[in-house]
Design a protein around this ligand. Structure first.
Ligand code: SF4
Ligand code: SF4
Length: 400
């Protein structure tokens, strides 16, 4: 039985917190209140577990404001397993206080869009919106606007296909994930191209659904378990040596929460480890900077230097490191819609920091972060281009 079946806030894990407050310095949701960063949220959980406080809407708000970036967990000197505690706290919250309509609808729509009917609806929407600009300005129900990409004209086209390597050294199962499946078909194609050139045959399962990480992080345990069970059943139909992802949130869920002991790699890890013969060359000189997605190092435990090492191999390109490269971009999935003011504050700091680098282009290794940074470019008037690292590398990959 999965660790997430039972809703028990693990008190022994909370007690590992020594209240040092180091996590405050890295928390994107901190806005002055003790309950707006990990230490305070954990203290509230402890009081609820002990029955010292009732689980009120105010406590639920403080837990809800967490972006689940897990930077607190990453920096914590005492190995407090924050995700486990907050997932349980939020699960209890959804049972006792209920979840807001927006997050319920957002999570349901992720489930729907990957279903058979949902995929047809996504494709039709892609066709109907084809003449419109690539990003649409959508008013948010919580106030403000956000620029969202349209469904990609090649959404879901990789599904159910095998892409053989010329001289196969192994087989990778590519877990594409919702963002790539729906909005960024080109990034999926880039990953296939890069992995093929490394010598891997790439298999894309026909009927995978959302990895369930958004549901888990919101404390919707039943939905997470259903998605996981569906995906496990589907993945049983394929033979593979390891999984590859280009979205670290999916990668983190597959590594940590699918209980299969799989090897799961970010595509950049494989290029760093095995791609010394690949040559990348830009057509013209340019400077690039990088946003390190939180879940790449907090959930997947990828060393950020892995990405820089890969980028530094592109000829004619200068890599400029942003001071806040590793701080949260403010996306965090539905969080940016539920808490637009918190999200925009974080986003603005990031955009100012990217501006200071003077780089022509901002790269990242997560389709969600790319969406958020593109939105930031539009909102804060930068002229920097934004590209997923897989697309950047695939375009600059030289022939054998
Ligand atoms: S860094 Fe860790 S131990 Fe320190 S307050 Fe935060 S969660 Fe607690
Ligand atoms: S997960 Fe992120 S937003 Fe939530 S408390 Fe930790 S650092 Fe702050």
């Amino acid at each position: 039985m999965s660790a997430y079946r039972e809703i028990v806030i693990p008190e022994d894990l909370i007690q590992k917190c020594v209240k040092c407050g180091i996590c405050k310095s890295v928390c994107p949701s901190y806005h002055g209140e003790e309950g707006s960063f990990a230490r305070g949220r954990l203290a509230l959980a402890e009081m609820v577990v002990r029955g010292d406080l009732p689980l009120t809407e105010e406590i639920a708000r403080q837990w809800d404001e967490c972006a689940m970036c897990r930077r607190c967990e990453w920096i914590c000197p005492n190995d407090v397993r924050y995700k486990e505690i907050l997932v349980a706290a939020r699960a209890l919250q959804s049972r006792k206080v209920g979840k807001d309509l927006l997050s319920r609808m957002g999570l349901r729509s992720l489930e729907f869009m990957q279903s058979g009917v949902g995929r047809k609806v996504v494709r039709l929407t892609g066709l109907l919106t084809a003449p419109l600009p690539s990003e649409l300005k959508i008013p948010l129900p919580t106030g403000g606007v956000k620029f969202f990409p349209k469904p990609h004209r090649r959404s879901f086209t990789l599904r159910g296909k095998t892409f053989p390597a010329r001289e196969e050294k192994g087989k990778l199962l590519f877990f594409t994930g919702c963002m790539i499946d729906i909005f960024h078909g080109e990034t999926g194609e880039s990953v296939v191209k890069l992995m093929n050139r490394l010598g891997y045959t790439v298999v894309v399962p026909r009927d995978i659904r959302c990895c369930g990480a958004p549901h888990l992080y919101h404390g919707n345990l039943d939905a997470f378990e259903k998605l996981k069970e569906h995906n496990l059943r589907e993945l049983e139909n394929y033979e593979f040596d390891a999984l590859v992802v280009a979205c670290p949130t999916c990668g983190g869920a597959l590594l940590e929460d699918y209980d299969r002991g799989w090897e799961v790699y970010d595509f950049a890890q494989l290029i760093a480890r095995e791609g010394s013969k690949l040559k990348f060359r830009a057509k013209e000189e340019e400077s690039i900077t990088f946003h390190v997605p939180c879940h790449s190092y907090t959930a997947m435990r990828v060393n950020p230097e892995t990405f820089y090492g890969v980028m530094e191999r592109v000829e004619k390109v200068r890599v400029v490191r942003a001071e806040l490269a590793q701080s949260c971009c403010g996306f965090a999935g539905l969080w940016s819609i539920q808490h637009p003011k918190l999200s925009e504050r974080v986003q603005m700091e990031k955009m100012e920091d990217f501006g200071r680098t003077g780089a022509d282009r901002i790269l990242t290794a997560c389709p969600g972060c790319a969406l958020q940074i593109k939105d930031g470019v539009r909102k804060f008037g930068s002229n920097q281009r934004v590209t997923h690292l897989a697309d950047y590398l695939a375009e600059r990959l030289e022939d054998d």
